[in-house]
Design a protein around this ligand. Structure first.
Ligand code: BES
Ligand code: ZN
Ligand code: MN
Length: 515
C-alpha cells in the first residue's frame, strides 16, 4: 500500500502544521500569583476544613462580606468534607465565593493538587478568579504552586474541533503568603509537568486521521523546539531495515503511514552516567490488523499511543526544569492496519535482537513494537533503569480498572519503590505477577517465542517484552490500558484521555535526582 505515500506527503505537512495549534481552553488561561491582601477579583475560591470556624483569608472574606459568608455556610450546612464544593452568590461586595472542603486530616501533596483540580472544575469558566490559599493543614511547601498545577491539569479541555468553543481569556490569581516561592516553583518547574501531561492528552485525543507516526514525530519535534539540552532523532524505514527491526516494521507494514522510532535524549546529569530509559508504545491507531477488533469502542484505539506520548511529556518536563539526570526516551510508532500487505496471524518476524516471534494475533502488536524498541535502547544506551509504558492489554484494564496502572517487575523492592512514588504523585500502580510459567507459555513450535498465549494476558504480555530485556537490567513494565482513558473525571484529570504516566515517570526522575 506504500504506493500512495508520495501523494500524501503534502497533506501530511498541512496536518502537522495544524497540530501545533491544538488549542485547549486551558491554554487561554493565564495564571498569576499574589499576596493574600491583594485579592481583587469579584469571584473568589476559598478552602475550608471540617471545623466550622473560619480563619485567615476565609475570616477576612467574612469580614469583607459583613458576615454573609459565615451565615451562608451555616445555612447550607456546609461540613467541609474533602472536595465538597459550594457556590455562594450575593456575597457583596463579591459576586461569588466558591467554598471547597479540605476535610480534617493533614493534606498530602496529592490532595493539595486535587484541591487545585476541584477549584478548576468548580470555576465555571469565570472570567477572572482569585483562589485564596491560607491556613491549610499540611506539611507541603509552596501550596499555591501545587494548587496552580492541579488547577492547570483539572481545567484541561480539548476544544479544537468545536465550532462554538468558548475560549475566554481568563486570569486565575493564586493568593498565598509564599507568593514569590510559589511563582518560581510553578513557572520554572510544575507548569512543565502539567504541559507535558496536556501534550500527552492532546496526542491521545487527536483523531487517528491526523496523528500517524510521522505527524506524531513532528508533534514531538515541535514540543522540544527551543528546549535546551534535548536532541530529537526520528528513525525511518531505511535505518530500521539496516538494524533489522522486523517487529516494528512488521506491525507498520499494512499502513500507508510508515513506522517511526523517535529517540529523545536529555543528558542533564553527570557526564558518562548511564541514563534512565523510558520506552513507549506508540500505536497511532490500533484496528487489530488482520485480527480485526470488533467494532464497539474501536474509536478509542486512537489513544493507543499513550505510552509514547507520556514518554515525550516526561522528558519535556525534566528538560524544561533542568533536571540533573540523564534520560533517553524512545517512542515506537506505527499504525496497525489490515491490508493486503499487512502481517498475518502465524507470520514469523525477526526482531533486532535476532530472536524470532511467531505472531499469534496481529492485535497483540504493542509487544512487537516494544521488543525492537527495548533492544535498541539497551544496545545504544545501556540504561541503568528501563521503564516501558504501554496500553498493552485489556487484561490489565479488566484487573485494575481506572485507578491503578499495572506494574510488572522482576524485583519486589523495585515494585514497592514504584508504588510509593505513584502514591505520592497521584498516579497509582499495582503489581501483577511475572514468573517462569509465563515464559514457558510463550514457547513457540516454529519460532523462538510466540506473541500470545491466553491468560493471564497482562503477564503474558509482560513475558514477551521481558524476553528482550537483559537479565540483570533493572526493568519496570507498565501496562496502562485501564488508566489511559477515563469515562468520568477525577479532580486533576477530566474525562477522556488522561495523559497517564507523565506524573508517574516525572516522580521517578525526581526520586533519582534526590538520591
Ligand atoms: N491496544 C490494545 C489493548 C487495549 C485494550 C488498550 C483496551 C486499551 C483498551 C492491544 O493492542 C490489544 O489489542 N491487546 C489484546 C492482546 C490480545 C490479542 C492478546 C487484548 O488485550 O485483547
Ligand atoms: Zn494496541
Ligand atoms: Mn492490539
Amino acid at each position: 500500500m506504500r504506493k500512495f505515500s508520495q501523494g500524501l506527503s503534502t497533506t501530511a505537512l498541512a496536518l502537522t502544521l495544524s497540530l501545533g495549534a491544538a488549542a485547549t481552553a486551558a491554554a487561554q488561561t493565564s495564571f498569576a500569583f499574589g499576596s493574600l491582601s491583594a485579592q481583587t477579583q469579584d469571584h473568589a475560591t476559598i478552602f475550608v476544613g471540617e471545623s466550622a470556624a473560619l480563619s485567615g483569608a476565609a475570616a477576612d472574606l467574612d469580614t469583607k462580606t459583613e458576615g454573609r459568608l459565615s451565615s451562608a455556610l451555616k445555612d447550607a450546612e456546609f461540613d467541609g468534607k474533602f472536595g465538597e464544593t459550594l457556590h455562594l452568590y450575593g456575597m457583596t461586595p463579591l459576586t461569588r465565593i466558591t467554598v471547597i472542603g479540605t476535610g480534617d486530616e493533614p493534606l498530602t501533596l496529592r490532595q493539595i493538587r486535587d484541591l487545585g483540580g476541584h477549584a478548576a472544575q468548580a470555576s465555571d469558566n469565570d472570567k477572572s478568579l482569585s483562589v485564596m490559599i491560607d491556613g491549610l493543614n499540611t506539611d507541603v511547601d509552596e501550596t499555591a504552586a501545587q494548587i496552580a498545577m492541579g488547577y492547570k491539569l483539572g481545567s484541561y479541555a480539548f476544544t479544537k474541533y468545536k465550532q462554538d468553543a468558548k475560549d475566554p481569556k481568563r486570569t486565575v490569581a493564586f493568593h498565598s503568603d509564599d507568593t514569590s516561592a510559589s511563582e518560581t516553583l510553578y513557572q520554572d518547574d510544575l507548569v512543565y509537568v502539567a504541559k507535558g501531561v496536556n501534550f500527552a492528552r492532546d496526542m491521545g485525543t487527536e483523531p487517528g486521521k491526523s496523528i500517524y507516526p510521522e505527524s506524531f514525530a513532528q508533534g514531538v519535534r515541535d514540543l522540544f523546539k527551543g528546549v535546551p539540552g534535548v536532541r530529537v532523532q526520528v528513525m525511518g524505514l531505511s535505518e530500521m531495515k539496516r538494524r533489522n527491526m522486523g517487529a516494528l516494521m512488521g506491525v507498520g507494514q499494512g499502513s500507508i503511514h510508515d513506522p517511526r522510532l523517535i529517540v529523545v535524549t536529555y543528558m542533564g546529569g553527570n557526564r558518562g552516567d548511564d541514563p534512565v530509559a523510558f520506552v513507549g508504545k506508540g500505536i497511532t491507531f490500533d484496528t487489530g490488523g488482520i485480527s480485526l477488533k470488533p467494532n464497539t469502542g474501536q474509536w478509542l484505539m486512537k489513544s493507543d499511543l499513550s505510552g509514547a506520548a507520556a514518554v515525550a511529556g516526561t522528558v519535556y518536563a525534566a528538560a524544561q526544569r533542568g533536571a540533573r539526570v540523564n534520560l533517553v526516551g524512545v517512542m515506537a510508532m506505527a499504525e496497525n492496519m489490515p491490508a493486503e500487505d499487512a502481517i498475518r496471524p502465524g507470520d514469523v518476524l525477526e526482531t533486532m535482537s535476532g530472536k524470532t516471534i511467531e505472531v499469534m494475533s496481529t492485535d497483540a502488536e504493542g509487544r512487537l513494537v516494544l521488543s525492537d524498541a527495548v533492544t535498541y535502547v539497551q544496545q545504544e544506551f545501556d540504561p541503568s533503569l528501563l521503564i516501558n509504558i504501554a496500553t498493552l492489554t485489556g487484561s490489565a484494564a479488566r484487573a485494575l480498572g481506572d485507578d491503578y496502572g499495572a506494574i510488572i517487575t522482576r524485583d519486589w523492592d523495585l515494585t514497592e519503590h514504584m508504588m510509593r512514588i505513584g502514591k505520592e504523585v497521584g498516579e497509582d500502580v499495582w503489581p501483577l505477577p511475572l514468573n517462569e510459567n509465563h515464559f514457558k507459555a510463550i514457547k513457540s513450535d516454529i519460532a523462538d517465542i510466540k506473541s500470545t498465549a491466553g491468560s493471564p494476558g497482562a503477564s503474558i504480555g509482560g513475558a514477551v517484552v521481558g524476553t528482550f530485556i537483559d537479565d540483570d537490567r533493572p526493568w519496570v513494565h507498565l501496562d496502562i490500558a485501564g488508566v489511559d482513558w477515563l469515562d468520568g473525571s477525577t479532580p486533576t484529570t477530566p474525562k477522556g484521555h488522561a495523559g497517564w504516566g507523565v506524573r508517574f515517570m516525572d516522580g521517578v526522575v525526581r526520586d533519582l535526582e534526590a538520591e
